[in-house]
Design a protein. Structure first.
Ligand code: NAP
Length: 278
């Protein structure tokens, strides 16, 4: 069965719109601030999509564009200013930023209560001890998809391929919090195929087109494809060989139309949560 992330994300956005309408009646309008430093075409597209989603739901959106030569001090001052503004509930620093800047210091400066990306160490730490926190949007979206399709992860063997701070590690933590038995693979893992073959749930988040092939998949496994890659023809493809893996998987997410739309929906959900908790 194909997991329809696009449809699910639309449903989530519709219910968020109702929630925001109600919040506005009580005098609260959720607002997201997005910081972008330097020119990056891909980032521009991502930010445009986020702004569109905000508009649709009724979340206010303010963009802060800084030029390529922005100093670390200026970036930190901007974050401090946004932290202090009561009308702003969520702050997002769009990556990548120019190499001369320290992105970790910048993420760490964002007030954890406005950290709608879930990258602040306080939120990462809370997730790891199972406390309520802002969960990074892609892992959060994956967990919502599993829940919506009634895929119970408890006691299941889950294999996550990729250990980035934004996808691999937090999704592994979310699965562990829901009592899956989790293995994380990365570029130094030996014999990945053998590890993946044992999985009831596979999360492919490594950024290598069609890396996960049908021979690696156990019959009936659930396969979540996080990868966004462009093939030679410029077409979007995931990390999974969808055409062949689909025949063995019980559930599979497509690219596009799977994890991607859920990521934006969960960002919106985090902004609403931030506004409610402020
Ligand atoms: P990343 O920071 O580059 O991390 C990639 C991870 O994959 C690393 O942990 C790396 O291992 C591992 N890896 C790389 N090559 C491997 C190999 N041959 N075998 C096993 N592991 C390997 O990437 P990311 O930010 O997590 O993103 C991963 C993919 O998801 C990308 O395609 C990205 O575009 C996509 N993405 C999609 C969404 C969405 O909303 N759908 C959101 C975020 C990211 P090491 O740690 O050992 O280097």
């Amino acid at each position: 069965m194909i997991i329809n992330g696009k449809e699910l994300a639309e449903n989530i956005r519709s219910s968020l719109k109702l929630e925001v309408d109600n919040m506005k009646k009580q005098g609260i309008t959720p607002k997201l601030a997005v910081i972008m430093v330097g020119d990056n075409k891909a980032s521009e597209v991502y930010v445009r999509n986020k702004s569109k989603a905000c508009n649709e739901i009724g979340i206010e959106f303010e963009e802060f564009l800084k030029d390529e030569n922005t100093s670390q001090k200026e970036l930190i001052e901007l974050i401090d200013m946004l932290n202090s503004r009561n009308d702003i509930h969520g702050i997002l620093l769009q990556s990548p930023i120019p190499k001369h800047l320290d992105i970790r210091e910048a993420f760490n400066r964002i007030n954890p209560k406005k950290d709608v990306d879930g990258f602040h160490p306080i939120n990462v730490g809370k997730l790891s001890i199972g406390e309520d926190s802002f969960i990074s949007c892609t892992p959060y979206g994956i967990m919502k998809m599993l829940e919506a399709y009634h895929i119970n992860v408890e006691g299941k063997r889950a294999v996550v391929i990729g250990r980035s701070n934004i996808v691999g590690k937090p999704v592994a933590q979310c699965l562990l919090n829901q009592n899956a038995t989790v293995t994380i693979c990365h570029s130094r893992t030996q014999d990945i195929a053998k590890v993946v073959q044992e999985a009831d749930i596979v999360i492919a988040a490594l950024g290598k087109p069609k890396f996960v092939t049908a021979d690696m998949i156990k019959e009936g496994a659930v396969v979540i494809d996080v990868g966004i890659n462009r093939n030679e023809e410029g077409k979007l493809v995931g990390d999974v060989d969808f055409e062949n893996v689909e025949k063995k998987a019980s559930y599979i997410t497509p690219v596009p139309g799977g994890v991607g739309p859920m990521t934006i929906a969960m960002l919106m959900s985090n902004v609403v949560k931030a506004a409610k908790e402020m």
